[in-house]
Design a binder for this molecule. Structure first.
Ligand code: DSN
Length: 423
């Protein structure tokens, strides 16, 4: 590379990535093949439209790439192309979720105050459709209808959370809320929820309240592909996912949608282009295709199993050292640690409560970073502290497992975390 400044920075970042222990639950390390596809000449091509229906010439090869990516995405998750459609063009998770809402819940048209119809009757803006999504502070994502996100400005979020005692989903509570509010769409799949989601029960809630069910499986997609976390496809109307977390691909996203008389598939495609995006990033789509092929291998199944085993070991070792984990543990790659522990008792397993006087999530993540362990500070359910300096940290096992870490390594990581945070 001739640009020495950028070259030096890339090299420095490569070195940083090698040097640290990466426990960021949403990060991973892609293969050389994925990098090669991302850095290829495919980035030179404009391809607005879909395979066989482009607005630019010269897309014969690009069409083959996107079609192959589509074919692999459906195959990886055992989906019949007659029943499911997938759009592989979303640039990342947030635009993917926004596109789903644009397709399924068109936002009400804005009418300037004072507008009247032909008979002089005042016209007002219709009420926005309701999206029932988990609030950010309970483990949901910004794009699940949070007020500060566009998804909460165009639509009304009906926020839900966890059971205050178990810190897990309480499906009876969800049903009660859904029956009262009658949302148009229920969003499940979260950003900081360590446990298994009972998709069948989520579906029951959706059916009872006549809502559609969207699953955002961004965090767990690799675990679903690897067969170590239940698949949501039997129950959901739409499934979105990023491709760069446990699935171990480039930064991108996909939207899976049921093909039926509602024609949601056509609506989703239209919402992506011309609704929201222009030309797809074909280099990114090729890299996703490579990722999907990798995820079909027995080696990836083994990887996914190891990710879950490693997280379980990390959770047990932390608990044994007295750390309170949200919900008492994990069924996935992700763990939420209550570092502040403001007098809350550890009811779920081994280990005594640390009592008030722990450290904040910010302090914990900074201390760990100084010692070469990278995590993110994270709010915990019912947090009494602000998001900028919350009560906990979130850790995950996906990235280090890619680098070959096994149970014994995660035992050592737990010991190290405890030493650093206990000081
Ligand atoms: N930033 C992602 C995460 O860390 O979970 C979600 O968008």
């Amino acid at each position: 590379m001739k640009d020495i400044q950028i070259k030096k920075l890339i090299d420095a970042e490569k070195k940083r990535q090698k040097k640290v222990i990466n426990l960021i639950a949403s990060e991973n390390y892609v293969s050389k093949d994925v990098l090669e596809a991302l850095g290829s000449e495919l980035t030179n091509k404009y391809a607005e439209g879909y395979p066989g229906k482009r607005y630019y010439g010269g897309n014969e090869i690009v069409d083959k790439i996107e079609s192959l990516c589509i074919e692999r995405a459906l195959k990886l998750f055992n989906l019949d192309p007659k029943e499911w459609h997938v759009n592989v063009q979303p640039l990342s998770g947030s635009p993917a979720n926004l596109a789903v809402y644009l397709a399924l819940l068109p936002p009400p048209k804005f009418v300037p105050p004072g507008t009247k119809d032909a008979n002089g009757v005042a016209i007002t803006t219709a009420a926005p459709a309701k999206i029932m999504g988990m609030s950010l502070d309970q483990g949901g994502h910004l794009t699940h209808g949070q007020k500060v996100s566009a998804t909460g400005k165009f639509w009304q979020q009906i926020p839900y959370g966890l059971d205050a005692t178990t810190e897990m989903l309480n499906y009876d509570q969800l049903r009660e809320l859904a029956m009262k509010e009658k949302p148009a769409l229920i969003v499940s799949g979260y950003t900081a929820y360590p446990r298994t989601i009972d998709w069948a029960r989520m579906k029951e809630v959706a059916v009872a309240s006549e809502a559609m069910l969207m699953v955002d499986m961004s965090h767990i997609a690799g675990l679903v592909a690897g067969g170590v976390y239940p698949s949501p496809f039997k129950y959901a109307d739409v499934v979105t996912t990023t491709t760069h977390k446990t699935l171990r691909g480039p930064r991108a996203a996909m939207i899976f949608v049921r093909k039926d008389s509602r024609e949601l598939d056509k609506k989703i495609d239209k919402a992506i282009i011309p609704g929201l995006q222009g030309g797809p990033h074909i280099n990114q789509i090729a890299a996703v295709a490579v990722t999907l092929k990798e995820a079909m291998t027995p080696a990836f199944k083994k990887y996914a199993r190891q990710v879950v085993n490693n997280a379980a070991v990390l959770a047990e070792e932390l608990k044994a050292r007295g750390w309170r984990l949200i919900s008492g543990g994990t069924d996935s790659h992700l763990i939420l640690i209550d570092t502040w522990n403001n007098g809350k008792k550890n009811d779920y397993g081994v280990g005594a409560a640390r009592g008030a006087g722990g450290i904040t999530g910010k302090e914990a993540s900074e201390r760990l970073e100084r010692a070469g362990i990278i995590v993110n500070k994270n709010g915990i359910p019912f947090d009494t502290r602000p998001p900028t300096d919350p009560s906990g940290i979130r850790v995950g096992s996906a990235a280090e497992t890619t680098r070959g870490a096994k149970e014994k390594d995660f035992r050592a990581i737990a010991k190290r975390i405890d030493e650093i945070l206990r000081k």
